[in-house]
Design a protein. Structure first.
Length: 393
């Protein structure tokens, strides 16, 4: 071995660094005094704290055994029954690489907080802490605490359990704290941060028709006339739109007359606009005159009495107003910006308006998504597809 190799080993040993296959470790004793000072502050409170952690740890342990057992059984069932209670996090498979910027720091913080629980609990139970360390294995960070095995073996099992459960207990507390922080973040950071008035687009799949239409950061406040405050209201609005019959829009009859020449006669069921990108086929009630004829036998009479039937018949014509659904080609963006309706009665505010309804396949709806500071997005699809896309995102 050269003097450079010896110097390198001494340098690593001096700073407590250990390098092995696919991992690097850093161990230090500089935090031991800090752990002692923390654990000596309100010792009775710490004992109650870690006793509570022991109770929660036992509950979690029993629950974990149950969940792992159910997961193992489900993994042996046929594919249609393989819905897992626990899903491993695999970068690049079920979590995008772009999310690792948030995922790795979260692992590091939770790992450090976990080991801090073990260290403080050990010192409060008079168990020596030899050192505290950090490591990185492949891309995953973590932490560890080195406790004296001799001291651990000399204390009762109850006190040992308090030390062992302290890490999981601290993770539970950290998770609850983060949940409360997220819930009340808008209040804590007001007026710099506002939540609850809309939702933001975080990702649009490349295979989605909305790709390059909706972009990351778009703020959606309404879908049709349903106001969106959060992801729950997004799903509720889409469910409501799906369950209700297709809605329409109040349009002036003069516009229908002006657009009459743009409509293709004898067209297919859903297309009367020659597949133009900005126009859409709408249906409305139109009035037609229907002629009905009846035949009657006529007898002539005179002052001497009724004359015999001479074989004459008269045809009587009656005219009735009937309604049927007609189609018209209208600009989708302009039409969908008008007041909504379900029947012509909803358009009584203007005597010259009628209710036009988009002509679409079954379960499809015309959806108008209102974006903040951007043009509204018109989208035709089955609403539950957007619900599924939002859940998968």
């Amino acid at each position: 071995r050269s003097k450079w190799s010896d110097g390198y080993d001494n340098l690593l040993r001096l700073y407590g660094v250990t390098i092995a296959l696919a991992q690097i470790r850093l161990t230090t004793t500089r935090l031991n005094r800090t752990f002692v000072q923390i654990s000596r502050y309100c010792t009775s409170l710490w004992k109650l704290w870690f006793t509570t952690g022991l109770c929660c740890g036992l509950i979690i342990m029993i629950s974990s055994v149950f969940i792992l057992t159910v997961t193992a059984i489900r993994s042996l069932l046929p594919k249609k029954h393989t819905e897992m209670l626990l899903t491993p996090v695999l970068p690049g498979i079920n979590i995008g690489w772009s999310q690792m910027v948030y995922f790795i720091p979260a692992i590091a913080i939770s790992g450090i907080f976990h080991e801090l629980g073990h260290a403080i609990a050990a010192i409060s139970e008079n168990v020596k802490v030899n050192g505290f360390g950090f490591f990185v294995m492949l891309i995953y960070p973590g932490a560890y605490v080195d406790l004296s095995s001799e001291h651990l073996s000399q204390i009762s099992p109850f006190r040992q359990l308090k030390i062992y459960c302290a890490g999981a207990w601290h993770n539970i507390v950290l998770a609850l704290f983060c949940m409360l922080l997220v819930k009340y973040l808008s209040t804590l950071l007001w007026p710099l941060y506002v939540a609850g008035g809309s939702i933001a687009v975080i990702n649009v799949h490349s295979v989605s028709p909305l790709h390059n239409v909706l972009v990351r950061g778009d703020i959606i406040s309404n879908i049709n006339e349903c106001h969106i405050q959060n992801t729950l209201s997004w799903r509720n609005c889409l469910n409501e739109i799906q369950q209700q019959p297709p809605g329409g829009y109040c349009v002036d009859i003069r516009i229908l007359e002006a657009r009459h020449h743009h409509t293709i006669k004898g067209s297919t069921v859903f297309d009367c606009c020659n597949r133009t990108s900005s126009d859409l086929c709408f249906s409305f009630k139109s009035m037609h005159m229907q002629k009905v004829s009846t035949k009657r036998k006529i007898r002539f009479s005179s002052g001497m009495g009724e004359m015999p039937y001479l074989g004459f018949k008269l045809r009587k014509f009656s005219f009735f107003n009937t309604y049927k659904r007609s189609k018209v080609c209208l600009n989708a963006r302009n039409t969908s910006s008008r007041s909504s309706c379900n029947t012509d009665l909803d358009c009584l505010a203007s005597q010259k308006s009628t209710c036009v309804i988009p002509v679409l396949p079954k379960d499809y709806r015309l959806l108008r998504m209102t974006r903040k500071k951007k043009k509204d997005v018109l989208y035709i699809d089955i609403p539950k597809h957007l619900i599924q896309a939002g859940n998968s995102a």
